[in-house]
Design a protein around this ligand. Structure first.
Ligand code: TGC
Ligand code: FAD
Length: 399
């Protein structure tokens, strides 16, 4: 952290709320959202540009994220988690990704892909052992589903474990794993001797377990990504989730994470819109602000329209999540639409900023590059389209 510069630049972000969605949120929701917005302005905005430029994961922020309740806010308070609803969770992810998608990634993985499966499928012992520490940010987790040869099709995974008395012997490798280089534990999905997928908690320090970092990313540069390598790792059977078998285990976790991303993408889009709006009023060409030209107004008007539509989708989806009625296809629609919307807005905002848009002086290019990962992970843009296609027609076009 000593090499990371803290910027003195004021973060003046103001969120667009064209359809007065604030009227639909409770006072508690607004309080939570505003407190995370303030925390992002204080803790993320001053360092994020330099972290990304230097491809540096600000590890110190994990503890701070835990302190403000960003890890597992939607899980019950009895395990040290937030006990909040899905609207609150969504708003928190929105504010965090307004700061940076990589920061939201850290929280998504910890809350939805590590804590959620432990809560949903874990034993009481596993819940008490891990959840309070993960919630406080005293422990960092990662989620291993994707493999070098099996991304969109995780059912073909080859990572496996064999029985060894009160332990199992785990072999294989996972790739593209967010948080892995710094993670204390990994929730790993692997096949047992019958070829059935199960979840197992692997702890750093277990012999034969390593987490090499993936270098050279142009995207999510403030988030650490790596591999998980298992070379005859002996893992106690007590670390296997007793509550689920099959691919529906990891896919259930993805529902929660994809939901959070739907809100997060709105945050990134809002930041691009806010910056573009300000710039268009300040920047003068041909003797007047560029915001006075119709072509720039078209871009801004379309941005606001798409953000507003995405906000309404998330608000409704949040209520369906709270009622336990949201379907995977509804979540796919929101993730797919909102990430694509944010990426499009980032590209348009980049143009409004002219040459300045490619520099770190503005957050645009960073958001744009981050969103190139967000549109691929947690199910690619095309995979979510196919999920919707199957929902509409009943026909499976994956294979
Ligand atoms: P399929 O035969 O359709 O389903 C297998 C079983 O799973 C059930 N299921 C679900 N359950 C809960 N939630 C969902 N969303 C579910 N989708 C399916 C299904 O009912 C079935 O259950 P059962 O009881 O009959 O066995 O499976 P398939 O092999 O045909 O695959 C379907 C497909 C392609 C949609 C799925 O595999 C998929 O979503 N692929 C994309 C992979 C993906 O999203 N990977 C994400 C990795 S994690 C990540 O990217 C983290 S980034 C984190 C960050 O930094 O923020
Ligand atoms: P592929 O599956 O090889 O897909 C390549 C292209 O083919 C895509 O355009 C895809 O849409 C298309 N395609 C694939 N199948 C079909 C089909 N049936 N029909 C039509 N088109 C198809 N994974 C984890 O498990 N944990 C993590 O923490 C994690 N973090 C990540 C962080 C980053 C920065 C990135 C980039 C990825 C991360 N991932 C993680 C992996 C991510 O989930 C995968 O990259 C994603 O699921 C796609 O898999 P793939 O990259 O192997 O692409």
């Amino acid at each position: 952290m000593e090499n990371i510069k803290r910027s003195n630049k004021q973060d003046n972000f103001q969120a667009p709320d064209f359809y007065q969605l604030d009227d639909l949120f409770s006072d508690e929701h607004k309080l939570i959202r505003d407190s995370i917005r303030q925390w992002v302005k204080q803790e993320v905005s001053p360092i994020i540009e330099d972290c990304c430029q230097q491809n540096y994961f600000p590890q110190h922020i994990v503890k701070s994220m835990g302190e403000v309740g960003l890890f597992g806010p939607q899980l019950p308070a009895e395990y040290g988690c937030g006990g909040l609803d899905y609207i609150a969770y969504g708003l928190m992810m929105q504010e965090l990704e307004r700061g940076d998608s990589g920061m939201r990634s850290t929280a998504s993985v910890q809350g939805s892909l590590v804590m959620y499966p432990i809560y949903k499928f874990g034993s009481e012992e596993q819940k008490h052992k891990y959840l309070p520490k993960l919630a406080k940010g005293e422990m960092l987790g990662c989620f291993g589903l994707t493999e070098p040869d099996h991304g969109s099709d995780p059912s073909s995974m080859v990572t496996n474990f064999k029985d060894d008395g009160d332990h199992v012997i785990l072999n294989g490798a996972k790739m593209w794993i967010s948080n892995s280089p710094f993670a204390d534990i990994a929730v790993v999905w692997a096949k047992n001797e019958q070829g059935i997928i199960q979840g197992i908690i692997v702890e750093r320090g277990m012999e034969g377990f390593s987490t090499p970092e993936t270098h050279g990313k142009w995207s999510l540069r403030a988030s650490a990504t790596g591999e998980l390598v298992f070379d005859n790792v002996r893992v106690p059977k007590a670390n296997i989730f007793p509550g689920v078998t099959g691919l529906k285990g990891p896919l259930t976790c993805l529902n929660s994470a994809r939901y959070g991303i739907s809100w997060g993408a709105i945050g990134a889009a809002m930041d691009c819109f806010d910056s573009a709006k300000r710039y268009s009023m300040e920047r003068q060409q041909f003797g007047r602000p560029i915001g006075g030209f119709q072509l720039q107004q078209k871009k801004l008007a379309e941005m606001l329209t798409e953000i507003t539509k995405a906000q309404l989708v998330c608000w409704r989806l949040g209520h369906l999540m709270n009622e336990g009625k949201a379907t995977p296809a509804q979540i796919s629609l929101a993730k797919r639409n909102n990430v694509d919307m944010a990426l499009h807005i980032a590209r348009e905002a980049r143009q409004i900023h002219g040459g300045m848009g490619i520099t770190g002086e503005y957050p645009i290019m960073r958001h744009m590059m981050n969103l190139e990962s967000v549109i691929t992970y947690e199910g690619t843009h095309d995979i979510h389209l196919l999920i919707l296609g199957m929902e509409i027609t009943g026909e499976n076009a994956f294979v």
